[in-house]
Ligand binder design. Structure first.
Ligand SMILES: Nc1ncnc2c1ncn2[C@@H]1O[C@H](COP(=O)(O)OP(=O)(O)O)[C@@H](O)[C@H]1O
Ligand SMILES: [Mg+2]
Length: 228
């Protein structure tokens, strides 16, 4: 798919290398303003946002609250239209939104089944992947519990698990561990390192300064612009 319309994500057919590795995601010159009614000028959130993600990298996207991190990630995912710039991606994507998008009446198992089907996985693969995720994040005991009865922390685990179920090439996580306890937080980083070792790529939005050493690279977002 190619095109010049600003809302199009271009899916690259052939891999691109840039001297530092194979590029799986590239966003360049992304701009975005939110309209706020005729009384107010649009809120210019992104004026020049750039990001490159390569195979086997864990990259952090950091910035103050309200700096536009979630906006930028939604544009990268393709769930929000950008005003300008380009986004090119190669490979499958898993996205963990900052606000979990879950169905209150469905259980954890039912969520995995639903997402597995949506990703076109065969049932056996969904089950293996699901059981792995339950084990790693430690919430198998809630497999038959409806989301409406889950705590915020378990919802956050399910939200992350659903982004992982199809073993995506590119994992995009928007503050995924905000509700995690310490043990789960550490397991999360083990899981992320395993993905890197398997040649997958992970982009994580974080506002914890302490995490910076866990990333291979950090991209800062400030005043609508990124700096590396
Ligand atoms: N749908 C929207 N409509 C209008 N303004 C929005 C919308 N989403 C976010 N904003 C505003 O855009 C700015 C950036 O938001 P966001 O991308 O969520 O920042 P961050 O994730 O870095 O905290 C904030 O000032 C926020 O209030
Ligand atoms: Mg955010």
């Amino acid at each position: 798919m190619t095109g010049s319309a600003p809302d199009r994500i271009i899916s690259a057919r052939s891999s691109k290398t840039d001297g530092k590795g194979t590029v799986v995601l590239e966003a360049s010159g992304v701009t975005k303003a939110y309209r706020r009614g005729w009384r107010h000028a649009p809120l210019r959130v992104l004026t020049d946002a750039n990001l490159t993600l390569r195979t086997g990298e864990i990259v952090g996207l950091v910035g103050e609250n309200g700096s536009g991190k979630s906006t930028f990630m939604k544009i990268i995912v393709g769930s929000l239209q950008r005003d300008g710039g380009e986004v090119t991606r190669q490979g499958s994507v898993g996205y963990c939104p900052q606000q979990p998008i879950l169905y209150e009446r469905l259980t954890c198992d039912e969520h995995f089944e639903l997402f597995g089907r949506a990703y076109g996985l065969d049932p056996g693969m969904t089950e293996r992947s699901r059981d792995d995720i339950y084990e790693t994040l430690g919430f198998v005991k809630y497999r038959d519990t409806r989301v409406e009865e889950l705590s915020g922390g378990t919802r956050a685990k399910l939200n992350l698990g659903l982004a992982l179920v199809h073993d995506p090439d590119i994992l995009l996580l928007d503050e995924p561990y905000a509700g995690f306890d310490w043990d789960t937080y550490l397991r999360f980083w083990d899981l992320t390192a395993e993905r890197r070792d398997a040649g997958r790529s992970v982009l994580i939005i974080s506002h914890f300064v302490n995490d910076e050493e866990r990333f291979d690279r950090v991209v800062h977002l400030r005043d609508g612009k990124t700096t590396s």
